[in-house]
Every structure is written in structure tokens, then in C-alpha cells.
Ligand binder design. Structure first.
Ligand code: GUN
Ligand code: ZN
Length: 433
């Protein structure tokens, strides 16, 4: 039997950077979903309910129903490494992060972390996550298993490192031969699972040998349904180190282009300090960029030049970048995204912010035929946000002139604590009921 969910619906019909009427908020709304989890219709309750012959009704009263959030960049083996004190990117990696990633060598630890990680994301309203996996295959198997069981839409792959260096634990280094075998196993597993996708994940230019980079390009070529994710232009010292190492390259991007890794299935994390030339070539390749607001502030990496990306028409997704980010919630990252643009003289509104976290992210990840907004035939991926759970917030909303303003307040003031339920493909994956 189909189900109708009642609440205030808020989503993007289009790209608000191009269309000022892109945001749609439907008070006393209804979302009608078939038994397989596809959206049949949505709109005002008074329009939808008379069309429904027979259905379960889930009445969320005046709570908000919002498309599932998309986290385009998060590190699974950094699950217990958030809020590590001190240092910018390269020091922080060596001092706090790489040691924490070695703990995933223990299969019991990895399995337990996988379950917690997936549950944590779903509790934050995240329904799609693009994840840097562990260096240990069994931990990645546990991650895919946990996502499959819990219903998270997952894009993930082993974080690849095979270049030894000062401060890099030996246990994190893989061989290209083993990498290939492990990747092929998980790529095969994803074939039968519509919510699971494999991402070839060279950690960044400095962590991979030429052989590993070529192997990544080969995998991407042989399995066109996979993704490629890596880091770029995050920190000035990192850029200097990359240019020192790849001294024949004019910029950071070229280190990836050289191996054929910049494609329309590629997601580049950060890109805080790009040259104009890099932006033009990223746009030409149809490659996406992931902006990680909380991480950029935490590591002091810099201010993401959003408008330069938008001008080029580059697809942008947001990421928590746990463990550099301090929140698992993309929703909370929206407030940081707003402040980062404020510091550069641009005031994003609720439509822009919600777009980046939902439909914009889905487009950047080439998943907008499936998820990202409410549209007939799309998967019912959404979460339920109930402001009544927080007295101050409920009261604050009563002082707003309209629903747009309410949504803007919610973007800054609500958190995962007010999330009552999360659904993927119409299946309740978090919350009671
Ligand atoms: N660059 C290379 N590895 C990492 C990582 O783990 N986190 C971040 N933020 N940047 C990186
Ligand atoms: Zn990262």
C-alpha cells in the first residue's frame, strides 16, 4: 500500500543561482509515496488527499519534510578523530589523523565503527554520503554492509596511499596489486545494490605513486559507473608541496589531469585556492567540487570562492569532511557555509543554502534522477525536522514573517536534535514509528 506523509514540505524545484523562484515551500503539504519508495505526487494536502484511493497516513503535523541531505565528502576512518587539537592540514594529518586511521586494522573495531558511522549520518538527515573509506579492506566491507542494512545511499572506496613519507605509518600503505583486487570485489558488490556505488579514492596527489595513479585511471576507464574522489587546493603549504613534487605541472589540477583523473565522474574536495585556469578546466571536464565549510574553518584552510565556481557552472556539493569538520550534520555546515560567503561579501539565502545541501549536491554527484528534491518518480529520500522539539526555536519561528524566513532561521538554529525521522526510498531508516 502507498503512504502519504503530512507536514510542511520544503525543497528546490530548480537551481536558485539561475532561477529566483526555485524554492518551493508547501504548508499543510502531503508527500505521496508508493510501496517501492517512489514519489507518486506531492502538494497541498487538500489537493493530494482526494486523489489517494487508499493509503497509510503518517501525520507529522507542522514538522518540516525536507529532501535527504547529501554529504559529498567524509572520512570513515576519522570517525573517532574529530576535534583533534592543533595544526593546519599537513601537521594535523601526521599528528592526529593518520595514527587514528591505523586503528581500523582491527576488524572488530572497523565493524563497530561502520555501524556507528552509518547510524550517525542517518540521524543527521543525511541520506547520501560520498565517503573516503579505510585503507583496510575488511573495514570497507563492513561499511558497505552497514549501509546496505541501514539503507544509506553510499558512494565509497578505499583511501589509497602507497607513497611512503615522513610520519606516514607503514600499515596504511597499500600495494597497487592488492588495491586492484579489493576495488574489483567492492565494484562487483555494488552492481547488485542500487544504493551502493564505488568511488576510486586516491587520497591526494602526494600520497600516490605514478603506478597507483595509473591504476586509478584504469579502474575508472574499465568501470564507467564508478566515481573518482580526491583532494585539491586545500591548503597553501599543501599546494606548494604538490608543485614541488610534480615540478613539470603548472598547477595542482594538472597532477590529476596528467593521469586522466579529471572527468565528469570526479569529485574534487575543497578547491579553496584555485587559479582561474584550473576553474575553467574543471568546468570543461564536467567535474564536481565539494565544499566543506566546517573543515575549512577548523583547519584554517581558507575561504571557499563559491561565486567563482558558480560563474563557471561547476557542480558543487557540500561535505562535512569529518574528522576535520566538527559536525556530522550537513545542516549545521550550512550555517558555516553562509558565514564563509558573508566574509567575502555574498549573502546566500535559504534557497541557495538548501540547494547546495540537496538538489545541487545530487546534480554534482550525478544522482539527481534519483534524489535531491520532491519530484514524481524520484526516490522518497527525506527527513522530518520538528522545531517544536526546541522551545526557543519554536518561539523564534513564530516571530518570522513568512515561511522563507522560517526556513532561513531553521538553517542556522536547528540541528540533528530536532530530526524526528529519516527516510530513504520510503523506508524509515532513522527514528521511531
Ligand atoms: N588531504 C589529504 N588527506 C586529507 C584528509 O584526510 N583530510 C583533509 N581535510 N584533507 C586531506
Ligand atoms: Zn577530506
Amino acid at each position: 500500500m502507498s503512504t502519504v506523509y503530512l507536514g510542511t514540505l520544503a525543497h528546490l524545484k530548480a537551481n536558485p543561482f539561475e532561477n529566483p523562484d526555485a524554492l518551493e515551500i508547501i504548508e499543510y503539504g502531503a508527500l505521496w509515496v508508493d510501496e517501492k519508495g517512489a514519489i507518486i505526487d506531492f502538494g497541498k494536502r487538500s489537493d493530494i488527499l482526494p486523489k489517494v484511493p487508499e493509503a497509510w497516513i503518517e501525520d507529522f503535523d507542522d514538522a518540516w519534510l525536507i529532501p535527504g541531505l547529501i554529504d559529498g565528502h567524509i572520512h570513515f576512518p576519522q570517525y573517532f578523530a574529530t576535534a583533534a587539537h592543533g595544526g593546519q592540514l599537513l601537521d594535523w594529518l601526521v599528528q592526529s589523523i593518520l595514527p587514528a586511521e591505523t586503528a581500523f586494522a582491527d576488524p572488530v573495531y572497523g565493524k563497530d565503527a561502520a555501524k556507528r558511522f552509518v547510524k550517525q549520518l542517518l540521524s543527521c538527515g543525511t541520506t547520501t554520503a560520498m565517503v573516503f573509506g579505510s585503507q583496510f579492506h575488511h573495514a570497507n566491507e563492513a561499511l558497505f554492509e552497514a549501509a546496505k542494512e541501514s539503507g544509506l545511499r553510499l558512494i565509497a572506496g578505499a583511501t589509497l596511499m602507497d607513497s611512503p613519507g615522513e610520519g606516514i605509518p607503514d600499515s596504511l600503505l597499500q600495494t597497487p596489486k592488492q588495491t586492484l583486487a579489493d576495488a574489483e570485489t567492492l565494484i562487483k558488490l555494488c552492481r547488485d545494490e542500487p544504493l551502493l556505488h564505488y568511488a576510486i579514492t586516491p587520497r591526494y596527489a602526494l600520497s600516490c605513486s605514478e603506478e597507483m595513479m595509473r591504476l586509478c585511471a584504469g579502474l575508472l576507464h574499465d568501470h564507467p559507473e564508478t566515481y573518482l574522489q580526491t583532494h585539491i587546493n586545500e591548503n597553501r603549504n599543501e599546494i606548494e608541496a604538490v608543485l614541488g613534487h610534480f615540478n613539470q605541472c603548472k598547477d595542482y589540477l594538472e597532477a590529476y589531469e596528467h593521469y586522466g583523473l579529471v572527468t565528469d565522474r570526479t569529485v574534487l574536495a575543497h578547491n579553496i585556492h584555485p587559479t582561474d585556469g584550473e576553474l575553467t578546466r574543471i568546468a570543461q571536464a564536467g567535474c564536481a567540487v565539494c565544499h566543506c565549510p566546517s573543515s575549512n574553518l577548523y583547519l584554517g584552510s581558507g575561504l571557499f570562492p563559491l561565486s567563482r565556481h558558480v560563474k563557471q557552472g561547476i557542480g558543487i556539493v557540500l561535505g562535512t569532511d569529518i574528522g576535520a569538520g566538527t559536525s556530522f550534520s550537513i545542516w549545521r555546515n550550512l550555517s558555516d557555509a553562509y558565514k564563509i560567503q558573508q566574509l567575502q561579501g555574498q549573502s546566500l539565502d535559504a534557497a541557495h543554502l538548501l540547494y547546495l545541501a540537496t538538489l545541487g549536491g545530487a546534480k554534482a554527484l550525478r544522482l539527481d534522477h534519483e534524489t535531491g528534491n520532491f519530484a514524481m518518480g524520484k526516490s522518497a529520500d527525506f527527513f522530518v525536522l520538528d522545531p517544536q522539539e526546541y522551545d526557543y526555536l519554536a518561539e523564534r519561528l513564530r516571530h518570522c514573517q513568512n515561511l522563507d524566513r522560517q526556513l532561513f532561521c531553521l538553517l542556522h538554529l536547528a540541528s540533528e536534535r530536532q530530526i524526528e525521522a529519516t527516510f530513504v526510498r520510503g523506508r524509515r531508516v532513522y527514528g521511531h514509528g
